[in-house]
Design a protein around this ligand. Structure first.
Ligand code: AP5
Ligand code: MG
Ligand code: ZN
Length: 216
């Protein structure tokens, strides 16, 4: 199965991705995670991406599209993959379409997680992530058993640098201007599933699984 997770910052893409890859056993390709890994390792790509991410802006397509197309060309993606946070504008979606056509691959589903703008800031600002395993928590909505400590691996929790109120607001604006139009783009292709993201994490997951049906 080849799927895309679409939705605003803080919608729950990463949270739901963890359950989806576990159930359907497919690679989780998050451009945000790839950029953050490069920033941590201080690569050239990381240095360039950081300039944009710290401001809440999109990293330019030249640095992003090739990264994704080469990742989905790897052998572990042969039977399926899940893209989280890509594409993020119509130009990226068009590049992806061209690549998929060339390689004879079809997308099965675009899961569009919808959440009202006014609760997104609260979600992102309260987010905490495990330094060791990447598990995602929320100080109020999904707290760890012990404050600051990961339930899964005991790792230390941290806050993303772009999860300040100011940067999140900018990211939401960028989403509305550049990413939201993709919902229409994929609706026209007839492969979108709109999911209400303002329900419990478990209920959102249940709705996603229902939307994906028995696709393999
Ligand atoms: P990226 O890392 O993709 O961030 P994002 O799209 O802003 O989305 P988030 O990761 O913030 O939110 P999420 O939907 O994953 O929510 P989560 O599950 O964590 O991108 C970061 C940056 O990288 C971009 O700004 C850009 O600069 C760059 N970038 C990335 N891809 C790019 C591309 N293709 N092109 C150009 N630039 C790119 O949940 C959030 C919080 O809410 C958590 O605390 C969670 O516990 C909680 N939560 C989740 N679900 C629920 C629920 N149902 N109820 C209550 N709380 C919930
Ligand atoms: Mg995420
Ligand atoms: Zn952990």
């Amino acid at each position: 199965m080849r799927i895309i997770l679409l939705g605003p910052p803080g919608a729950g893409k990463g949270t739901q991705a963890a359950g989806i890859v576990n159930k359907y056993n497919m690679p989780h390709i998050s451009t945000g995670d790839i950029f953050r890994k490069n920033i941590k390792e201080e690569t050239e790509l990381g240095k360039k991406a950081k300039e944009y991410m710290d401001k809440g802006l999109l990293v330019p397509d030249e640095l992003t599209v090739g990264l994704v197309t080469s990742r989905i060309s790897e052998p572990d993606c042969a039977n399926g993959f899940m893209l989280d946070g890509f594409p993020r504008n119509v130009s990226q979606a068009k590049h992806l379409d061209v690549f998929l056509k060339e390689t004879n691959i079809k997308l099965d589903n675009v899961i569009n997680i919808e959440v009202d703008k006014n609760i997104l800031v609260e979600r992102a600002v309260g987010r905490r992530i495990c330094k060791s395993c990447g598990a995602t928590y929320h100080v109020e909505f999904n707290p760890p058993k012990t404050e600051g400590v990961c339930n899964v691996c005991g790792g230390e929790l941290y806050q993303r640098q772009d999860d300040t109120e100011e940067t999140v607001s900018k990211r939401i604006q960028v989403y509305l201007d550049e990413t939201k139009p993709l919902a229409d783009y994929y609706a026209n292709e007839g492969i979108i599933s709109n999911i209400n993201g303002q329900q419990s994490i478990d209920k959102v997951f249940e709705d996603i699984v229902n939307a994906l049906g028995s696709e393999k």
